[in-house]
Design a protein around this ligand. Structure first.
Ligand SMILES: Cc1cc2nc3c(=O)[nH]c(=O)nc-3n(C[C@H](O)[C@H](O)[C@H](O)COP(=O)(O)OP(=O)(O)OC[C@H]3O[C@@H](n4cnc5c(N)ncnc54)[C@H](O)[C@@H]3O)c2cc1C
Length: 401
């Protein structure tokens, strides 16, 4: 598809300034979800992304998506059904300490506790839907700065490789640009950990079971993905470098040593690593601009909350901009944005506190904490309401509280 498809909402005026009532900066999974949710409610927008259209297809992350996320993506006809592997059991334990628990879909009365999908497959399903709907979308186009506000519009420039900047006006600039680095408006808590990712094979079939194993280095998650397991191996940065440098057999041995003997690993695919930090933006809304998805909050991947939360940002922003299915007259109106920002606080803060709490509790190997963890896991195992509480957060996100 050409990168300059224009709809009535994104038209070049006589002055050659492009206008879009809603400009979404970032066509990652959250930006795409917003554009689709708005289109479904009759509100056009213009998507721009700094990268070429296909760059996201190769992203190596495996994402655990909640049952609630599946339901929302199905409403957009963007659920990647064939690429999604259901999780029917989650086994939680700690290495070198007592206590373990298991949550099951049957106990919670749902078909699956969650689903594992490659980022690239999720993105491809959303992008295919956007192309079917003919959404306005420019790739290799970057919003370099926020511009300025005058006459009820934000004026900015769209930068394209090797071409003159294109002036643009919008009533609302939505930032969906992913993890913010070096932004003074964002508080950063560096976990001093990296996530090493790989897909591995095991001697036994995974049986749709996910494993969350807490080790002295940090949490180790294994997620069923097609006939393999997707590994998120949380380790200190120096160890991440060493793991990336290992050949496949040595990596398999290192993983086996970290995980223990409950599974027998037989092969590993290519590795990638991501630095881990909690990044929280103070204000979600400014003058004719709003932040959603990872640019609003970036969480540790331990409990698989990030995209699920970003999707709820996109969904609720679409609802705020089209109450009762009718587009508001001015999408950048301060009152609308303030109401949206206030409504999102409980979900985003709750998800950040939940995730950060798990990281802190399970990344410290002091003996008293090891015992407290063991007791916590034992309590989860013995007290069904406590287990339901955690399971429902995995299944539904904030609605599970
Ligand atoms: C190791 C790891 C494991 C994870 N596991 C899970 C999980 O199990 N479950 C889960 O829910 N989440 C998980 N996450 C989080 C999840 O990946 C993110 O929450 C999700 O990708 C955020 O989507 P996004 O669209 O906000 O940002 P991104 O996916 O980062 O997309 C941002 C887009 O904006 C574009 N862009 C950037 N700057 C500009 C600009 N100036 N102008 C225009 N375009 C721009 C980029 O090119 C990109 O396409 C994990 C993350 C990591 C790192």
């Amino acid at each position: 598809m050409a990168d300059t498809l224009l709809t009535p909402a994104a038209t070049a005026a006589a002055s050659d300034a492009l206008h879009a009532d809603i400009l979404i900066s970032g066509a990652g999974p959250v930006g795409l979800t917003l554009a689709l949710a708005l289109a479904r409610r009759g509100q056009p927008s213009l998507l721009v992304d700094a990268r070429p259209r296909d760059a996201s297809r190769a992203d190596p992350r495996a994402l655990a998506l909640s049952h609630g996320t599946r339901q929302l993506l199905e409403q957009l006809s963007a659920w990647p059904a064939r690429a999604a592997t259901p999780i029917t059991t989650i086994h939680v334990s700690q290495r070198g300490g007592f206590g373990r628990t298991e949550m099951t879909a049957a106990e919670e009365g749902v078909p699956a506790l969650g689903y594992v999908v490659r980022y690239g497959d999720l993105w491809t399903a959303l992008a295919a839907r956007a192309e079917q709907e003919g959404l306005a979308w420019r790739d290799t186009t970057r919003v370099a700065d926020h511009g300025s506000v005058a006459d009820g519009q934000r004026r900015l420039a769209l930068h394209r490789d090797g071409r003159l900047p294109l002036p643009c006006t919008t009533r609302l600039l939505v930032h969906a640009e992913g993890t913010p680095y070096d932004d003074p408006a964002v508080s950063v808590k560096d976990y001093g950990q990296h996530a090493v990712l790989a897909e591995v094979s095991t001697a036994q079939p995974h049986g749709n079971r996910a494993w969350e194993r807490f080790t002295p280095d940090g949490p180790l998650a294994l997620l069923p993905l097609e006939d393999k397991l997707a590994v998120v191996f949380t380790v200190p940065p120096e160890k991440a470098e060493r793991l990336l440098a290992l050949d496949d057999a040595a990596f398999v041995a290192a993983l086996q040593a970290q995980f223990g003997r409950r599974l027998a690993f037989t092969a590993a695919g290519p590795r990638a690593s991501f630095p881990l930090a909690l990044r929280l933006r103070g204000a979600l809304a400014g003058e004719r601009e709003v932040w959603i998805g990872n640019t609003a909050q970036t969480l540790h991947p331990v409990s698989g909350q990030g995209f699920n939360l970003g999707l709820r940002d996109a969904w609720e922003l679409a609802e705020a901009l089209t109450p009762h299915g009718l587009a508001v007259r001015d999408p950048g109106e301060a009152r609308t944005l303030a109401a949206y920002a206030a409504a999102r606080q409980l979900d985003r803060r709750g998800s950040a506190v939940f995730t950060d709490g798990i990281v802190r509790l399970f990344s410290n190997d002091a003996a008293p904490l090891r015992i407290a963890r063991g007791l916590g896991l034992l309590a989860l195992d013995l007290v069904p309401p406590a287990r339901h509480f955690v399971a429902r957060r995995m299944i539904w996100g904030a609605r599970g509280w």
